[in-house]
Design a protein around this ligand. Sequence first.
Ligand code: 5GP
Length: 179
Amino acid sequence: MSSQPKLHTLFRRDEIEATVKRLAAEIRGDYYGKYPLLIGVLKGSFMFMADLIRLLDFPLEVEFIRLSSYGRGRQTSGRIKVVQGPRSEVKGREVLVIEDIVDTGLTTSFLLDYLRKKKPASLKLCALTDKPSRRRIPVTIDYLGFTVPDKFLVGYGLDWDERFRNLPDIHVLEGDIHF
Ligand code: 5GP
């Protein structure tokens, strides 16, 4: 017997909106006039990216990168591959990576290494959420939205087995869930 997954709201849409506004102001201060290349990590960052760039009132370019799937489970396998790379030239650009969650740090540090090899003029990281208690590899987050507990989050682009991405708030997934 297993119960239905339950959702417990962690951040409401108005809190998310205020946080995205704060991040946009910080990013604007550093990138205005620099025509940055923002690279979102699919799929989890798509909603965050869409909200963030609407608040950035200067020329910029948007790209997405897709890495090998996190799968159904809660653990990153550690075997990470680039499934779809950015089409734009990264060399010489001011690159800002847009992540949904930095958890163990394995995915993000892999991605930053991958992009660094392409010789951008600068490379920084913006993450909506950070779970520092789970970190296995140190990662510097230049622009951080929320620090979160060691719980499985869904909503606002984050999924559980492709469900719940469409929810406008961020929730903790609770209940007897079999991964
Ligand atoms: P890491 O390699 O840092 O352990 O994992 C990073 C990726 O794992 C995130 O970009 C995200 O896709 C996924 N992930 C980590 N924690 C969560 C979580 O609580 N909820 C969801 N939906 N995905 C997560």
